[in-house]
Design a protein. Sequence first.
Length: 325
Amino acid sequence: MSTTNGEPEFETVEQTIGRIFGNGASDASVGMQIAQEKQRYAAIEAQRFPKPKETRIIAVANQKGGVGKTTTAVNIAAALAKGGANVLVIDMDPQGNASTALGIEHNSGMDSVYDVLEGRRTIADVKQVCPDFPTLDVVPASIDLSGAELEIADSPNRNNLMRDALAKYLAETDKHYDYVFVDCPPSLGLLVINAMCAVNEMLIPIQAEYYALEGLGQLINTIGLVQKHFNPTLLVSTMLVTMYDRRTLLSREVYSEVKNHYPSIVLDTTIPRTVKISEAPSFGQTVIAYDKASMGATAYREAALEMARRSDQALEAIAIKRGEH
């Protein structure tokens, strides 16, 4: 600290990093990145997450595997719960990865979403509370769900089994949920159709790689068919670019192309490819709980805040589709 005219003059974070590491040195950029991460964490900690005027029911889907779909579903849900929202996560993936990441038991034979679809149990019967976030409830999935598509295929109401179960639960429960997230399997089968018929909105995670763009067209086409035949009010409200590496031209180009095609629904926030995000599920946690100050946790909380701030816009678009405006 030096003085000018007797007044103390404090260094900025950038100046301090430059003085320690030497301006222009490669270590300086590392130090700068650490400082920026701390600033972003402090900034998101200070934010208030607005709550939607009514329950937002959102399916997280992409038929391409490995794009961060389940990771996005659980971390957005956890970030919103941490921000004060009441959240319900429905795991519709037989792999049960969302249940694992949220610390929920989901062994074969246990009551799960499989029993809900089969009509043996209600959502109220099978839901559990996430141990890390008391306002986050989870309907778990187990490997038993893998046989459900064949078993419900002949049901006359096969496309609306989850819609009916969810509507019944939301109407009867004393708890008001701000958000319901349905984590879909990486396919375009009957389980995904059930999810799309049960929700009002779609959140699509897109990996920052070239092949992700090819799969996106197929997914948008499927959503269009569901809108036409089963759920006319379904809205693709959000796209989130995941596994983003700002150092590569490819990541920047993919983000730019998706943003150009869907300017109003692609979030400004991108999710980086980080070790912490990958590690967290092995501890039965989201990255929000596993390392709350990490770059990945901060990015997901920033994305969740963006979604929360866009609630009025999304709900109004759904109301227009319903003919309420």
